[in-house]
Design a binder for this molecule. Structure first.
Ligand code: PLP
Length: 408
């Protein structure tokens, strides 16, 4: 027996309607993203992350292709997040230096001459782990300081990985959204620079850079698919916390492919489904989920949608799915135990939910309505993004070895 309890969805009947009042996506056009990728390419650690083709799984599930973009290989940090943090920090420094980021390589930014010009800067942020590690990494590489606040219940391993990058880091008594407010206050009081991966009214410039930074990964994936001699995906599954990641990819797809863009599904943990809740409210405004958000998907345990991402997800995404933890646990197990001939992918709790829900949609007839809405069929070419590896290795083994969050 398969468990499909607790999965809910809402489809967006306006996603494909032409409407000039839709949120602008030009900031994430191919041209804008080219500039981002050029900056990332100046990092010695830069290389394409793998795009795995799960041919056996796609045969078993009855679709043409399933690709997994594997962000566990990103800059040796086990998650995609550094793409956003590094680009935002780079842009911030470019602004201080009064130059365009295209004139700045990573090497130049870490030069003695530039460091002397910049003086000491403290970057401050709140994080479930991945974003803070990316900021700590970028700050250290550039000879600057980072202060990182984590929500209550954060993993000690994730905390230590941030400390290992030289940051001052601590686990607070707050949920994610209150930890963000604490970080903001700390930055104001200590003359620091808040580099947050979520936007709110009056704080949009840096989160917009972060979203642009994330787009390197979808730009790579589209190029990698083309290099395999295949057409672009017909469907893309995107997991959301505050929605910056999903909004970035969604914005890119809308800007680059227009009406011809892939069908997108936004996937969230049911305990922190703030995008789903906002869509359901039906007034076009973002709505928060408050309190403690008990989900194994720590990276997605965010209750307040980013104001920049929200408009894009509201206007262009095709379906919004809220699902319990067993869905991502299933995705982690499938990816870690592939069919013979398929590559193995180590995907963490926040990384595997796209594949988890896809597998259930295709295998369980009670979810037929979702696949019908998405128009998934034997010709579908589906992209999911594993945004992290086993960033909490003990938690990973609890699920994959010990069977925590069973499917049945
Ligand atoms: C691994 C992973 N995937 C996805 C996300 C979701 O990103 P966002 O909060 O921008 O929606 C996060 C956020 O921290 C994450 O760590």
């Amino acid at each position: 027996m398969r468990n499909v309890e607790g999965i809910e969805f809402i489809s967006n009947e306006n996603a494909r309607k032409k409407d000039h009042t839709k949120s602008p996506v030009e900031f994430i056009s191919r041209e804008a993203v080219e500039k981002v990728r050029n900056f990332h390419k100046t990092f010695p650690e830069y290389q394409l992350t793998p795009l795995h083709s799960l041919d056996e799984l796609s045969k078993k599930l009855g679709v043409s292709s399933i690709w997994v973009k594997d962000e566990s290989f990103r800059f040796g940090l086990n998650a995609f997040k550094v793409l956003g943090g590094s680009y935002a920090v780079g842009n911030y420094l470019a602004e201080v230096l009064n130059v365009d980021i295209s004139e700045l390589s990573f090497e130049k930014l870490r030069s003695k001459e530039i460091k002397e010009k910049l003086g000491e800067i403290t970057f401050v942020t709140a994080t479930d782990g991945n974003h803070g590690r990316g900021i700590a990494w970028a700050a250290r590489q550039l000879g600057q300081k980072a202060v990182v606040f984590m929500p209550k219940g954060s993993s000690a391993i994730r905390l230590n990985n941030i400390k290992k990058e030289g940051a001052e880091a601590s686990i607070t008594d707050f949920n994610y959204d209150d930890a963000v407010r604490l970080a903001n206050k700390y930055a104001e009081e200590h003359n620091g620079v808040i580099v947050q991966d979520s936007a709110w009214e009056g704080y949009e410039k840096i989160p917009t850079w972060i979203m642009q930074g994330y787009a390197t990964l979808i730009d790579e994936a589209i190029e990698q698919i083309k290099d395999q001699g295949k057409d672009k995906p017909t469907h893309v599954f995107l997991q959301a916390g505050v929605g910056s990641f999903a909004g970035s990819v969604q914005g890119y797809l809308a800007a680059v492919f227009g009406e011809d863009r892939p069908v997108t599904a936004i996937v969230e943990p049911d305990e922190a489904a703030c995008i789903y809740k906002s869509v359901k409210a039906g007034d076009g405004k973002p709505h928060a989920v408050t309190g403690f958000m008990p989900t194994i998907m720590a990276g997605l345990a965010c209750g307040e949608p980013s104001t920049v991402a929200w408009g894009i997800l509201r206007d262009y995404a095709d379906i919004y799915i809220s699902c319990p933890d067993y869905v991502t646990a299933r995705g982690m197990r499938i990816l870690g135990n592939p069919l013979a001939g398929d590559p193995k992918v180590i995907s963490g709790e926040s990384g595997a939910v796209g594949l988890g829900i896809l597998s259930l949609i295709l295998q369980d007839s009670s979810l037929k309505e979702i696949s019908k809405k998405l128009n998934i069929n034997k010709d579908s070419r589906i992209l999911v993004i594993s945004t992290e590896g086993d960033t909490d290795p003990e938690g990973y083994r609890e699920i994959v070895w010990e069977g925590m969050c069973p499917s049945a």
